[in-house]
Ligand binder design. Structure first.
Ligand code: C5P
Length: 227
């Protein structure tokens, strides 16, 4: 089978050795590999270069959130690695996002709206009294106005964003759980098929693949569901 262009594997492991083993095991079904804070802080840019050298796409999930100059400088550091996607928090505001967009070059920026582990009570605790949906839409619109069309959202909000924003948005959804798998700390979840039907472009799947007894088969099953 061909790697699914809709599937990103979250390499949430602590060593390059384990990560590269997962890349090798899932090469026939996964197109994009997500390196998050755990792995990047442990293994650094060398691992990004190795995965790129293997001809795979890299999604660097550093969820940047800082003053505009610092975020733009971070982008200038990661762009030469050939990173394909990079995340930043939309809640960093329009000045931060505009500075990032101006420095991004070929890196595709993805603005995180509301983390999929957040629910209403968590939003209220940080002073946001509106519904999760409203906050997601507000941040998505802000990202688009700041020249960022890639958005990270829950698969349950993807349909609303697709409806509100049309085809211009590139929707990336974590919180994907094949039916029967463990939810763990994710709250706003959907199956791979539901997420795609809701308008998601790229699905981020972690534990259902890398914690499976057979990551190769687990990734294949999800990729097949996305055909
Ligand atoms: O293991 P699981 O499939 O829950 O992994 C989801 C991945 O997506 C994790 O790497 C997590 O950091 C990331 N993520 C998320 N929610 C967001 C953005 C990214 O869960 N809003």
């Amino acid at each position: 089978m061909k790697p699914s262009p809709h599937l990103a594997l979250a390499l949430d492991v602590s060593s390059a050795k384990h990560a590269l083993q997962l890349v090798e095991q899932t090469a026939d079904s996964v197109a994009v590999y997500k390196i998050g804070m755990q792995l990047f802080y442990a293994e650094g840019p060398a691992l990004v270069r190795q995965i790129k050298a293997a001809g795979r796409q890299v999604f660097l999930d550093l969820k940047l959130h800082d003053i505009p100059n610092t975020v733009a400088s971070a982008l200038r550091s990661v762009a030469p690695l050939g990173v394909d996607y990079l995340t930043l928090h939309a809640s960093g505001g329009p000045a931060m996002m505009q500075a990032a967009a101006a420095a991004a070059g070929p890196v595709r920026l993805l603005a995180v709206t509301v983390l999929t582990s957040m629910e209403q009570n968590q939003l209220a605790a940080v002073g946001l009294q509106c519904s999760t949906e409203k906050q997601v839409l507000r941040l998505a619109r802000l990202a688009q106005k700041s020249a960022i069309s890639g958005l990270v959202c829950s698969p349950l909000e993807a349909a609303m964003l697709r409806r509100e924003l049309g085809d211009s948005a590139f929707l990336v959804c974590p919180g994907i759980r094949p039916s029967g798998s463990d939810k763990a700390d994710q709250k706003r979840i959907a199956t791979p098929q539901q997420a795609l039907a809701n308008g998601a472009n790229l699905l981020v799947v972690g534990r259902p693949i890398h914690q499976s007894d057979d990551p190769r088969q687990a990734a294949r099953r999800i990729a097949e569901e996305l055909l």
